[in-house]
Design a protein around this ligand. Structure first.
Ligand code: PLP
Length: 445
């Protein structure tokens, strides 16, 4: 056996943004070399209650000892308790049918399958297409990537992926319809309706999108009219509305769920990441009786993954949600979000910062070569990764955003237990890291 501090074969493709990690506590990660790094991105927008909580580890150990594994559709005390907490304290009453899986991608795949199964069982066999949006990411399984507008992650895999066209993103800074006026004309929402009509409404099963786009667009918050209009379009065409809350769920944007910033009644809600705050692998597809009813009536089921809703993962999620409630961390995310927004606002004057945007504790800074024309740095310049590396050198880890086509978006999504002093430091290091990298990248080739 080789030395435990290095492993030649892992990862299969070298990862150079971050050194190996050995431990974590609160909002800090500790590297193999002993460096303490302030985790400003919750690694990948995962950590919401912070790292190293013994009470979470204790419930996992207890569950593993008492019931190692149980087939996913079987009721266990851990699953029952979690479903009770979700339905009593977190979800609107109509969203009470829950299917557990292991990852966000699996939740998206399950939603695609369920949309199809729902329409089939409802006597609408022509409806099977699921529409995603440009500049989006819903996961890496073939189904989830097929509804994602992440050009870089799709590259080369296109023959394997869904060919249903994508609807326009709601990306005001770069909108082809209204960027020059900076007032949304809702052409992006109308673009969804035009697409539904072009493809034939009787072929469209569902529309999937993040209420506030996480890392692919980089904390894109739509104008207030956008979601009500989209919901109305979906309802009129009997298109199920699937909201992907994998990043935004459980308080990240200062509300329990991001769809609650508007008067939305989604047909399916998908959660992962902050569901367990990184303490275990758990995700879920949450839906309504209206969606499930036709399946029940026709004796259909939703196929599970072997480890879906693992008892230990459910016990962990239950404890993580209890901590969020007990420590009022969703409210804290909303309050600290205002503080972070104020601190970040000074970056708006930076000549290479096109936009600073976000809500709650989900923020993004978009870097450009030319602020007037929004010309980007070439993809090959690797500006995002260089800024992340510069941050790590200074003791702060940010998360990378963008899709290749839309790029150089630095994401900020710390745990909700971060302090104002740590936010001050994070913003200072972000500014230094941007300066250090763009000065170099601006040099003529
Ligand atoms: C919005 C969104 N949906 C789905 C996923 C896929 O989740 P997972 O990586 O757990 O499969 C991600 C992952 O980053 C995501 O950001």
């Amino acid at each position: 056996m080789s030395d435990a501090s290095t492993a030649d074969g892992f990862p299969a493709i070298p990862f150079t943004a971050l050194p190996g990690l050995v431990s974590a506590d609160g909002v800090y990660l500790v590297t193999a070399g002993g460096q303490r790094i302030l985790d400003a991105g919750g690694q990948a927008c995962v950590s919401n209650i912070g790292y190293g909580r013994a009470d979470v580890a204790d419930v996992a150990a207890k569950a593993l000892l008492s019931l190692t594994h149980a087939l996913p559709p079987v009721q266990t005390p851990q699953r029952i308790r979690l479903v009770q907490r979700l339905t009593e304290a977190w979800l609107p009453p109509e969203l009470h049918r829950i299917h557990f899986v292991n990852s966000g991608s699996e939740a998206v795949d399950a939603a695609i399958r369920l949309a199809r199964q729902h329409h089939l069982a409802s006597g609408r066999p022509g409806k099977w297409k699921v529409i995603g949006r440009e500049a989006s990411y819903h996961g890496v399984t073939i189904g989830a990537l097929g509804v994602s507008g992440h050009t870089q992650r799709r590259r080369g895999l296109e023959p394997l992926l869904s060919t249903v066209p994508l609807a326009p993103a709601c990306y005001p800074l770069r909108c082809r319809h209204c960027a020059s006026t900076r007032r949304c004309s809702l052409q992006c929402a109308e673009g969804l309706e035009a697409l539904i009509e072009r493809e034939g409404a009787d072929s469209i099963a569902a529309f999937i999108a993040e209420p506030i786009v996480g890392t692919s667009g980089g904390a894109l918050v739509p104008p207030d009219d956008y979601w009500p209009r989209v919901q109305e379009i979906c309802r009129r065409h009997q298109v199920l509305l699937i909201v992907d809350e994998v990043i935004t769920g459980f308080g990240r944007t200062g509300r329990k769920f991001a769809f609650q910033h508007w008067d939305l009644k989604p047909d399916m809600v998908l959660v992962a990441k902050g569901f367990t705050g990184g303490y275990a692998a758990l995700a879920a597809l949450i839906t309504t009786q209206r969606v499930i009813g036709p399946l029940l009536a026709s004796n259909q089921s939703i196929m599970f993954h072997t480890f879906g809703g693992h008892p230990a993962a459910c016990a962990v999620a239950d404890k993580v949600l209890e901590i969020l409630e007990r420590e009022a961390l969703v409210e804290r995310a909303a309050q600290l979000g205002v503080y972070l927004a104020n601190k970040l606002s000074r970056l708006r004057a930076h000549p290479q910062v096109a936009e600073v945007r976000g809500r709650g504790l989900l923020w993004a800074v978009e870097i450009v070569r030319n602020k007037t024309t929004l010309e980007q740095f070439p993809e090959t310049a690797g500006v995002t990764l260089d800024i992340i590396r510069a941050g790590v050198e200074r003791g702060v880890l940010f998360y990378f955003g963008g899709t290749g086509e839309h790029r150089d978006v630095i994401c900020i999504a710390p745990a909700f237990v971060i302090t104002t002093e740590e936010i001050d430091r994070l913003v200072e290091v972000l500014e230094q890291s941007i300066d250090a990298v763009v000065a170099n990248a601006m040099r003529p080739l």
